[in-house]
Design a protein. Structure first.
Length: 525
């Protein structure tokens, strides 16, 4: 029997293996560029305060956007995955996005007119608020177009387009830095230009060249059926969709008002730096969502269950491997790449490095709930967890002098909340999800514990003890980390090959995958 990744794809779709392989390569390339530029060069040039302000405004914009999006994006992705042709749906969602954008800028305009901007955006300038808000929306539109390609099983070229745009953008930013012209204004403008190019290329590929599946069809006559379908999907989630963005925003808002932009910059740097561990998850999540939605809708539960297990095994293993490396290497990486001005971000990153592992579990469970339209259960559980999250956030961040005193832990407290509380919260989702598919959650816990013990021990031996030994012999910190990392990743690869079951594959499957990758390198196909 073929594994879930080897199953024949639906008609007119690329295979899961090819989609995931290309997406993974594109994500790794974009992560590498982002690590060098957005998480290295840019924060070093801008400094903690300006970098903190930029990320605070980006988060504020995405929060407001999420507040205005009552599950529209999730419904759009799910329905587009279920339907072979969904032009009217794409047109309706496009109009929805335009309406949301208009509302956002009207709200900002009113707040500026009545001198209330500082209430929502402490110590921020109007032109920076507007520019970063526009950038956030353009990036969201580009990602939505890329997800539309995922819905139709057309992943390869959209991923390649995104990778090319990222390369050009990185080259331009490095050029600005070499000319000593890289600042907040030039960074935002260069990002805006890149986003417009990205949207234009994706729009042409999907809405013109593949218009029969993504765009064609009259909207008239489809609006009411689509709205009713959206309402069945979204009505259980609306309260959650209004609560979750606000609660998420309050975390960074508390940091901003109680600790200032410098602490915000340290936290955001740690958050940005831990994102590489999500490379494998980001590459597979939309594919996972699409396949679960498609196969469960067609009644083929065995395929859905197999894909569910394989993605959970592979993505957990990969995210934990990268997270452990980032955590143990943070004390060397941060001073080397962004300087001692971010020294306070090191302990934050050591904790936050494991947040992508939590996100991996949460993203997969959330995608599974929504792909199978179990939105009522997802809503009820998420609201209860969000309430506990809010109280815990306040308790960890509030100053001891506040009316209701807190622990005054700053960015470290927020990092602990994201990882420790996040772990217990996501495990509840995972337990319910495994029960839904009639899979053994206990067995999954044992398998993960084995991964934690094996990879964790290997990491401590190589990234800690071996690295310290190399430094004692006279090697520079960065060189010793690079050499220790080579042994670490080599050891992880050997473990995965000897015990392929821990990543949900067989040895034959790994060999076949490696052969295909080598063949593609030599043939270009």
């Amino acid at each position: 029997m073929k594994s879930g990744l080897d199953q024949a794809p639906p008609a007119h779709s690329e295979s899961i293996r090819r989609r995931y392989g290309v997406t993974l390569i594109a994500q790794i390339l974009r992560w590498a560029l982002s690590f060098i530029v957005s998480a290295g060069l840019v924060p070093r040039r801008l400094g903690p305060v300006v970098y903190g302000n930029f990320n605070f405004l980006s988060n504020a914009s995405s929060t407001l956007r999420g507040f205005l999006d009552p599950s529209a994006q999730q419904a759009f992705f799910t329905f587009s995955s279920q339907d072979e042709r969904s032009g009217p749906l794409t047109k309706l969602y496009s109009l929805t996005l335009l309406g949301q954008m208009l509302i956002v800028f009207i709200l900002i305009g009113f707040a500026a007119y009545f001198n209330k901007l500082q209430l929502f955006f402490p110590d921020q300038k109007v032109h920076q608020i507007m520019a970063i808000t526009v950038l956030d929306w353009l990036l969201f539109m580009a990602i939505s177009l890329q997800q539309l390609g995922d819905c139709k099983g057309l992943t390869v070229y959209p991923q390649l387009i995104g990778a090319v745009v990222a390369i050009v953008n990185a080259i331009a930013l490095v050029g600005l830095a070499l000319l000593h012209k890289l600042n907040l204004l030039t960074y935002v403008w260069m990002s805006l230009v890149s986003a417009v190019v990205w949207i234009s290329a994706l729009g042409y590929w999907l809405l013109v060249l593949h218009s029969d599946r993504c765009w064609d069809g009259k909207l008239i006559g489809h609006v009411n059926p689509l709205l009713r379908r959206w309402w069945r999907f979204a009505s259980p989630l609306i309260l959650l969709e209004y609560c979750t963005p606000v609660i998420a925003f309050l975390s960074t808002y508390f940091i901003q008002i109680w600790y200032g932009s410098n602490e915000q910059g340290n936290y955001m740097l740690a958050l940005r730096w831990c994102s590489p561990a999500l490379a494998f998850t980001s590459a597979g999540l939309m594919i996972f969502w699409r396949e679960i939605a498609h196969w469960t809708a067609s009644g083929q539960w065995d395929r859905a269950k197999e894909i569910h297990l394989q993605f959970n095994h592979i993505l957990f293993f990969m995210s934990f491997v990268l997270a452990t490396w980032m955590s143990l290497g943070s004390s060397i990486l941060i001073p080397a790449f962004v300087g001692q001005q971010y020294a306070a971000a090191v302990p934050v990153l050591m904790i936050m490095a494991f947040y992508p592992v939590i996100q991996t579990s949460g993203h997969l469970s959330g995608a599974s709930f929504k792909a199978t339209e179990r939105t009522v259960v997802f809503r009820n559980l998420s609201i209860m967890i969000s309430i506990a999250d809010l109280f815990l956030t306040y308790f960890l961040l509030a100053k001891r002098s506040a009316i209701v005193p807190g622990m005054q832990m700053g960015a470290i407290g927020l990092a602990l909340k994201m990882v420790v509380f996040g772990f217990f919260a996501t495990e509840v989702y995972a337990w319910l999800d495994f029960r839904y598919y009639r899979l053994s959650y206990g067995r999954w816990l044992v398998e993960r514990s084995f991964i934690l013990l094996l990879v964790g021990s290997l990491a401590i031996l190589t990234l800690h003890y071996l690295r310290q030994s190399l430094q004692s012999l006279g090697l520079k910190p960065l060189s010793s980390l690079a050499l220790a990392s080579t042994f670490y990743f080599a050891g992880v690869s050997i473990v995965a090959y000897v015990r392929p079951g821990i990543i949900g594959l067989t040895r034959q499957g790994i060999s076949k995958l490696l052969q295909e990758m080598i063949q593609k390198v030599y043939t270009g196909k």
